[in-house]
Design a protein around this ligand. Structure first.
Ligand SMILES: [Ca+2]
Ligand SMILES: [Ca+2]
Length: 537
């Protein structure tokens, strides 16, 4: 990565005996770490929707290892991202909910973050866009950040009179909306983040680098340039497959997760907006894929093309009406499954032949595995304290299985275990679900009540954590009226206080006179009101 004249090379040779560390440093691989927000399996390499268009992710998968059954630690941006970046699971740290400040969770506040650990071992670390949850930034992770160490996300464009397309309903997340922007990629916030990373790839770096690009789409609002909407004619849109009465075999806790937040499904169906919403999500995914393409093309044409490890991941999945549920915040496969692909070039210290090309790994893995995998591949001192496992055996051609159960939590005391073809869910109220994904990929038939699968269920149940670190109250954010207070104990779950709070979400049916549209304050993207222009429906 450094250009040497003959003379300077001679000087290095002369001093190399005195400075072996310098020679070793030059052998360390660079890392390009690409995060995509709220992206489910609707990408071509995971084939979750037949109409999705993700040529760049598809091309990358052909030369990389595609972990097709990878899971988040928790289906919310904040716990998912902060556990990934520190390497500790929710139930070993106490970081369970979006309504916590991860920096006030004692174990995570003391943790060496991923970028920080690489900095400590001779790396230059920089990033742009959403890696941490909005304003919960961690400057110790980075040498430099765009737009800044305190504002991690560039300003988003906000159309006038939003929401543009989704009729408001009580307690609706204010950004639950979509529209075709009247300008090109270059005016979007994501493009600005991507441009910063591209400029970093164009520079000459003396140290190996850890570069983190946080792409915000397809997170709501689905405002992306018109050309992406044009790729998905509305009349041709295919809705997710659903089963009538799918929710009938679910317990009370699951039904609460479906209804909460004002009952999105009832409102979307009543307003006849289901196809439009699916289109908005597909358009946003196509846009995010284009941003990935920009980054990968810049890497390929840079001097770092042959010595950079690339990791592409999303922080959790999303539902668009399956089980009458929208958004995240649940434990079904569509919600906890994420994108994870990795590519290690030949010459990587721990993997001289590089990772396999076009390999598909179907055994369950976790976003928590990224940290120990990168430490392992880069040859940094191992971190046996981390909760994940290096995926090196799975990255190699052939390679051995890790054969693990992968745990995901929601709030405190809702658990999911993915093991081989099985998915077991154990909720705080004691209700359970069991699915055989080989026979029932849509999770329509809950087998938990069937005696036939008792032994399987018990086996998966034994994989659950036996003790979980409580949610530290000191880490809670101030709650707003539309928030659902996180479950902090089983006692609290069944308490009268909680039942009273939840009554506000029992509202069904639109009532424009009472519509109360809520925007997250202090914990969302920043929006620019400088260039308000019309955007199309
Ligand atoms: Ca997210
Ligand atoms: Ca069902």
């Amino acid at each position: 990565m450094c250009k040497f004249t003959t003379r300077s090379a001679l000087i290095v040779l002369m001093f190399s005996a005195c400075y072996p560390a310098a020679a070793e440093t030059r052998e360390k691989p660079n890392i390009l770490f690409i995060a995509i927000d709220d992206l489910n399996d609707w990408v071509e390499p995971l084939a979750g929707h037949p109409q999705t268009l993700t040529p760049n992710l598809d091309k990358f998968a052909a030369g990389a290892v595609n972990f097709t059954r990878n899971y988040c630690t928790s289906p919310g941006c904040n716990p998912s991202r902060s556990t990934l970046m520190t390497g500790y699971h929710t139930y070993t740290s106490g970081m369970y909910s979006n309504y916590q400040d991860w920096r006030k969770v004692p174990k995570l506040s003391r943790a060496k973050t991923l970028g920080e650990y690489f900095r400590d071992h001779g790396y230059y670390s920089a990033g742009a866009g959403k890696i941490y949850h909005y304003d919960q930034v961690a400057p110790r992770t980075w040498d430099d950040y765009y737009p800044s160490q305190t504002e991690n996300m560039p300003e988003e464009y906000l159309p006038e009179n939003n929401p543009v397309n989704m009729p408001e309903f009580k307690y609706m997340y204010g950004m639950f909306d979509w529209c075709a922007l009247p300008f090109g990629d270059e005016n979007t916030a994501d493009y600005k983040s991507v441009s910063y990373i591209k400029s970093q790839l164009a520079e000459s770096h003396e140290k190996p680098f850890f570069l983190a690009a946080g792409i915000y789409r397809p997170h709501l609002p689905w405002y992306v340039p018109k050309k992406y909407f044009d790729r998905f004619p509305l009349e041709q849109i295919r809705l997710p497959e659903v089963l009538d009465n799918d929710v009938d075999d679910l317990g009370e806790r699951a039904k609460e997760l479906i209804r909460r937040g004002g009952n999105y499904h009832a409102h979307v169906v009543k307003a006849d907006k289901w196809k439009e919403a699916v289109r908005g999500y597909l358009a946003s995914i196509a846009f995010a894929d284009a941003m990935v393409g920009e980054l990968l093309a810049a890497l390929d044409s840079s001097r770092y093309a042959d010595n950079t490890i690339v990791v592409i991941w999303s922080d959790h999945g999303w539902q668009l009406g399956e089980k009458k549920h929208w958004r995240k915040f649940a434990l079904w496969e569509n919600v906890i499954r994420t994108v994870l692909m990795m590519k290690a070039p030949p010459g990587t210290p721990a993997m001289p032949k590089g990772s396999a090309r076009g390999k598909v790994v179907t055994e369950p893995t976790s976003l928590l595995d990224i940290y120990p995998t990168l430490v392992d591949l880069a040859g940094l001192p191992p971190r046996p304290d981390l909760d994940g496992t290096s995926l090196r055996p799975l990255l190699a051609a052939g390679g051995r299985s890790l054969d693990r159960g992968i745990i995901t939590t929601y709030d405190f005391a809702d658990y999911s275990v993915r093991y081989r073809n099985w998915h077991y869910i154990n909720y705080v109220d004691g209700s359970e679900e069991l699915y055989d994904l080989n026979k029932d990929p849509n999770e329509w038939h809950n087998l938990a009540g069937s005696g036939e699968f008792g032994a399987t269920k018990d086996r998966l149940k034994r994989m659950l954590p036996t003790s979980a670190v409580p949610l530290p109250e000191s880490s809670l954010l101030e709650l707003e009226e539309h928030h659902v207070p996180p479950v902090m104990s089983r006692e609290y779950y069944f308490s009268k206080e909680r039942r009273e709070w939840l009554k506000r979400f029992e509202v069904v049916g639109t009532n424009p006179g009472q519509a109360c549209i809520l925007h997250f304050r202090g914990a969302s993207a920043r929006f620019s009101d400088l260039r308000r222009q019309a955007c199309t429906r």
